[in-house]
Design a protein around this ligand. Structure first.
Ligand code: HEC
Length: 108
């Protein structure tokens, strides 16, 4: 009986953890897709995790930007980098995903 209670406790605690991990991996997959296809960030940036070798903007593996930093520039743009958010090129869900993806994959 005791072992059964322990099992239930483990089950209860691991449930939110696994659903979180699943949400994170879905966000990473959407982020990679936005990076490679819809926004074509790789045309201008180096990011080894996405096998991109663009040389117009800074190397993201060296810069290692935070999620907030990516979100800001992808929303507002800067110089030749398009304002994907303000120009309506990406949805806020896509911006969240690509920011999460770049912040968690740069320098790896
Ligand atoms: C047309 C080329 C181009 C595309 C496409 C592009 N960028 Fe950029 N990006 C640049 C340039 C150029 C800069 C440097 C801007 C400056 O400092 O004037 C930059 C800067 C950045 C920075 C650095 C911001 C900082 O705080 O220093 C990040 C992060 C970034 N881009 C991420 C992305 C992501 C993610 C995408 C795709 C959603 C993307 N870029 C698409 C050209 C581009």
């Amino acid at each position: 009986m005791r072992i059964f209670k322990i099992f239930i406790v483990i089950l209860l605690f691991s449930f939110p953890l696994t659903t979180n991990l699943q949400a994170d991996s879905e966000k990473m997959a959407l982020g990679l897709d936005v990076y490679n296809n819809k926004a074509a960030c790789g045309a201008c940036h180096i990011l080894k995790a996405a096998a991109s070798e663009g040389n117009i903007g800074p190397n993201l593996d060296i810069l290692k930007p935070t999620e907030e930093q990516v979100k800001l520039i992808v929303t507002e743009g800067l110089g030749v980098m398009p304002a994907f958010g303000e120009e309506g090129l990406l949805t806020s869900e896509e911006i969240d995903a690509v920011s999460f993806y770049v912040a968690n994959s740069s320098g790896k």
